[in-house]
Write a protein that binds this ligand. Structure first.
Ligand code: CA
Length: 508
């Protein structure tokens, strides 16, 4: 294999080593650059000498400043560069210039479950929401019992899942930040894959009243809310029988749902990264970004998230807001998170893991510049705060922490019915509630994890396929998976992570 270096922007003074086993000292790249030391796969080589204090440029942006002279052909890693300041939110300009016109894409459909509220499911599941962790032992018992005894009778229902969170009591329910976990739990119960069949299990004495988790916040019938402390139940067995009876009523309704042809505009796709490497911004994320543009062109909804992974590229996103109000909302979410990190006595550099660095990402700036590629090029039509539902179609920024499980949880609350998860280092991430298409940024990973990765964007690094070609392939895969015609690895293998609630508020 030839020595392959990828340089994204003509102004970059570093390139990424693509060869699967890195390149040895003395290897020649770009005709005249000799490596002065061995450089691992995904890591940066200086394409020219970089003086002490000079900017290191990748994606045409400053990712850091050289701590000392870096020779041409040397390895540029986190030990040699210092982190620049984050973009100053107040000085990012916004002008309402005409946005890039969206070319409509028509004729693409998938087979989904239509819901009364107009949303469309990609799975058909019974979701059990809890209002407090105290009942989790019972929900675990119940979901097992439903799987064994009831699901075989309702073959049209894919699964049953309980959202066992740690919220509900021992919390400052009136703290301003309490709105985040409360609306998250409430909105997850309305995820399109639950078909509007809401079942809330509470204890009875908790601070978070189960009725608050219903769409209109009041109990409508006996099938929506159950309490374990209900005096109608004498002992465990009666309790279980009572819950099973209600669950069966919901299962009957869910079992009657049928897939029907729905336009691609009914897709609500959550994009997320986890275990990123230097290829994420070259292959996986731009491919996901191209697919994102196709979904938006088809009238669908896409959200990208992870505040700490967009914070350092926010100057590139603000100009893409459809209007000044959305631009301001973007800045407000960044501001909120800056404050949240401040309160915890850290800053955005707390993001980047040892694995990110091993994969060639020197710092959060480099990570963020690659991360935003998954947003494609469409205008940002709205910004939603943590736990809110999307209100319109088009590209959204859904503010969330970057933690995989917390981000996934908040995207589920936003109404996600398909999830794209891009990884470079590899993670077996999967969610029960929606199909998760795992995209690898490099073929070394997808070859090793051939049965865990759903889509390999690696060929882009070597020019074997273009971003456009692979973007279309991913778009078609999304429609196929959304239709239930193809199972993602996580569902085929039954490996699913727990959801994790974002609670920035105080406990009592
Ligand atoms: Ca993540």
């Amino acid at each position: 294999m030839t020595n392959t270096i990828v340089k994204i922007s003509p102004t970059d003074n570093v390139g990424i080593v693509c060869n699967a086993f890195g390149l040895p000292k003395g290897a020649c790249v770009q005709d005249d650059i000799l490596l002065v030391e061995a450089i691992p796969m995904g890591h940066k080589v200086a394409l020219s000498a970089i003086q002490k204090g000079e900017a290191v440029l990748r994606y045409g942006q400053i990712i850091g400043y050289a701590i000392e002279l870096i020779e041409k052909g040397a390895w540029v890693n986190e030990d040699k560069i210092i982190l620049p300041q984050a973009p100053d939110l107040d000085s990012i300009p916004y002008s309402e210039e005409p946005q890039q016109e969206i070319l409509p894409l028509e004729g693409y459909t998938f087979e989904g479950y239509r819901n009364p509220d107009g949303s469309v499911g990609t799975k058909n599941m019974l979701g059990i929401t809890i209002s407090v962790q105290c009942v989790a032992g019972i929900t675990n018992y119940i979901t097992n019992k439903i799987k064994q005894e009831l699901l075989p009778k309702y073959p049209n229902v894919d699964d049953v899942v309980a959202f066992n969170h740690t919220y509900g009591c021992g919390i400052a329910i009136n703290a301003p930040a309490a709105i985040i976990p409360i609306r998250t739990i409430k909105n997850i119960a309305q995820n399109p894959n639950f078909g509007g069949e809401i079942m809330v299990l509470g204890l009875g004495c908790e601070k978070l009243r189960p009725e608050r988790l219903l769409p209109n916040e009041e109990k409508t019938d006996d099938n929506s809310v159950l309490y374990l402390q209900d005096e109608a139940f004498t002992g465990f067995e009666e309790m279980i029988n009572g819950i099973m009876e209600v669950a069966e009523k919901h299962l009957k309704k869910l079992n009657a749902r049928q897939r029907e042809t729905c336009p691609a505009s009914a897709l609500v796709v959550g994009m997320q990264c986890g275990g990123s490497d230097a290829f994420s911004g070259i292959t996986g994320n731009p491919v996901a970004g191209f697919a994102s543009d196709l979904i938006v062109r088809a009238g669908g909804t896409v959200m990208f998230s992870e505040v700490t992974e967009v914070r350092d590229a926010i100057h590139l996103l603000v100009p893409r807001a459809v209007n000044a109000e959305v631009a301001q909302k973007l800045k407000n979410e960044m501001q909120w998170y800056d404050q949240y990190l401040d309160n915890g006595l850290v800053d955005r550099s707390a993001n980047t893991t040892p694995g990110n660095k091993k994969g060639g990402l020197s710092n959060i700036v480099e990570k963020a510049l690659g991360s935003i590629a998954k947003s494609g090029t469409s205008p940002i039509v709205d910004v939603i705060a943590p736990g809110e539902k999307v209100r319109k179609n088009g590209l959204h920024f859904a503010a969330t922490p970057a933690s995989d499980f917390v981000c996934g949880t908040l995207q589920l609350a936003a109404g996600m019915n398909m999830h794209i998860f891009i990884t470079g280092r590899g993670t077996p991430y999967g969610l029960t509630m929606v199909p998760v298409i795992k995209v690898s940024s490099n073929s070394k990973l997808s070859n090793r994890w051939f049965d865990l990765i759903d889509f390999d964007a690696g060929p882009v690094a070597f020019g074997q396929k273009t971003i456009e070609e692979m973007g279309w392939e991913l778009f078609h895969l999304i429609l196929e998976v959304a239709s239930g015609k193809k199972k993602v690895a996580a569902d085929r293998l039954g490996i699913h992570n727990d959801l994790v609630l974002f609670n920035p508020g105080p406990l009592t």
